[in-house]
Design a protein around this ligand. Structure first.
Ligand code: 5AD
Ligand code: SF4
Length: 471
């Protein structure tokens, strides 16, 4: 059966559950861990559940169905899952709620084995490749009252036209590819999300056009390695339709830039090794593409990068940054850094600090290396003691924070274009929005400004946000 028919078949299960749920006013609670891709998956799960007649609640204690979409990329994920399962056990006992667990962590056998053994009240377990089949699994759990475990270990497929209930009506995420072929040695993603596959250009463009007509202003293109969009397809002669001239990531950016109504385009994450000139030129040419580019560094040391299988050197990374800065006016950069990768010496770690000093990132997402079962990194002999990892982390954090403070000063007194997202969560009387460089700006203004891009004068800086004035 092709994927279109597979999705159609699931619509029947959605209808059947909707019939069962009629007039019952059932509620669901969803908890999502991890990256924006996982959040986008959760939006699809929410879309399915709402079609089935469930409404969302933020309180698991009043839910008839509790869903947990897991991530396994970094540490603590397991503790968090098992802690949450303890909590959900009580919801099960008190309300008889259905408990469903999905996402990346379910692709790990040692995890599902532990759930089955120690948390037998879980009704549905599904993985990354079976998300589309959640309606069928849930139906079987509801009607046949049998536990469902639906996990596939495959390369993966693309499913179009799944229902979706988006978290925001201003900013939307659009997944452009699934999976990853890079196998960085610390990373579990290629094992749990399968091989790289790109969505058809037409499907992406149509989705963005629909978002534009729905009033969305900002879209974020998502994938584990967005700048290799359609590369596998071209290499393997997998047929795809060149819609509106799209046959690469650069041409995709150009096509989306032409869509009326969309005012900002972001993307995460590109890989430095695939940052070709055509992508740099497209970013420079396309006025809607935000000039904050996320460029994951991971380490600033060439030997560590080699051990990580990143396929670029310190110098290549710095040269790429130079080239981008020269070609893209107003470029700002953010990055991901891992400290304490196996074998990393103090001296090698200094290279990471050196790159941070040279590049002056707008934002740095810092991670302490955590061993992931099944990855080559986990088998490396020279694991770094926790205290050294933490020391390095603290040193990096201090450097990054001092740079952020310094960088924030540069904003004060400038006029910034800000997309207004809504009322500030911490102060009802203030509005909040983001600059092109993704800085949060808080300011006083009328709610009619929401979902507009306006000019704000920056009047002060406060580490994690700026204060603006609307004139
Ligand atoms: N340990 C620590 N950080 C990791 N990341 C991925 N795998 C690991 C790991 N095993 C970080 C990388 C990646 C980000 C999404 O998570 O920096 O870019
Ligand atoms: Fe993981 Fe590397 Fe793929 Fe990113 S590019 S998902 S870090 S393997």
């Amino acid at each position: 059966m092709d994927t279109t028919n597979k999705v159609k078949e699931q619509e029947k299960f959605i209808e059947k559950i909707q019939e069962i749920n009629q007039n019952k006013q059932l509620k669901y609670n969803i908890l999502t861990m991890g990256c924006q891709l996982n959040e986008n998956d959760s939006e699809k799960l929410c879309g399915m559940l709402e079609k089935m007649g469930y409404t969302k609640t933020e309180n698991p204690k009043e839910a008839d169905l509790c869903l947990f979409n897991t991530c396994c990329v970094r540490e603590n994920a397991e503790d968090k899952l098992f802690g949450k399962l303890g909590e959900l056990k009580r919801v099960k006992e008190q309300r008889g709620a259905i408990i469903a667990i999905g996402g990346c962590m379910m692709q790990e056998k040692h995890i599902t084995d532990k759930i089955k053994e120690s948390y037998p009240f879980v009704d549905v377990i599904f993985g990354t490749h079976t998300l589309y089949r959640f309606p069928e699994d849930l139906y079987k759990a509801l009607v046949e009252k049998k536990k469902q475990e639906d996990i596939l270990d495959i390369d993966g497929e693309i499913f179009e036209n799944l229902p979706i209930k988006r978290d925001s009506n201003i900013k939307a995420s659009v997944t452009i590819m699934n999976g990853c072929n890079n196998f960085c040695t610390y990373c579990i993603v290629p094992y749990v999300r399968g091989r790289e596959r790109s969505r058809e250009p037409r499907a992406i463009i149509e989705e963005v056009k629909e978002l534009a007509s729905g009033g969305y202003k900002e879209i974020t293109l998502l994938g584990q390695n967005v700048n290799s969009y359609l590369r596998v397809e071209k290499e393997k002669n997998i047929e795809f339709e060149q819609y509106e001239g799209v046959n690469s990531f650069a041409t995709l950016l150009r096509a989306i830039n032409k869509i009326n109504g969309i005012e900002r385009i972001r993307f995460v994450s590109p890989h430095p090794k695939d940052f070709t000139d055509d992508v740099i030129e497209a970013i420079a040419d396309c006025d809607k593409v935000c000039k904050l580019i996320h460029l994951p560094l991971q380490s600033g040391n060439t030997k560590v990068l080699k051990e990580m299988n990143r396929r670029y050197t310190k110098e290549q990374y710095l040269n790429l940054v130079e080239k981008m800065k020269n070609k893209i006016p107003n470029l700002t950069l953010s990055t991901d850094i891992i400290v304490g990768f196996p074998g990393e010496t103090d001296e090698e770690f200094e290279d990471t600090l050196d790159v941070v000093n040279k590049v002056k990132f707008e934002q740095v997402y810092m991670f302490i290396y955590s061993r992931r079962v099944g990855t080559p990194g986990d088998k490396m002999k020279e694991q770094i003691p926790e205290e050294i990892k933490h020391k390095r982390f603290d040193k990096l954090k201090a450097l990054v924070e001092s740079q952020i403070e310094e960088n924030n000063q540069k904003y004060v007194g400038t006029i910034q274009k800000v997309l207004v997202e809504g009322k500030s969560k911490n102060n009802e009387n203030m509005l909040t929005g983001r600059t092109d460089s993704n800085k949060v700006v808080i300011f006083e203004g009328d709610t009619s400004l929401i979902n507009k891009i306006i000019d704000l004068k920056i009047i002060s800086e406060h580490m994690w946000y700026l204060k603006g004035k609307y004139e």
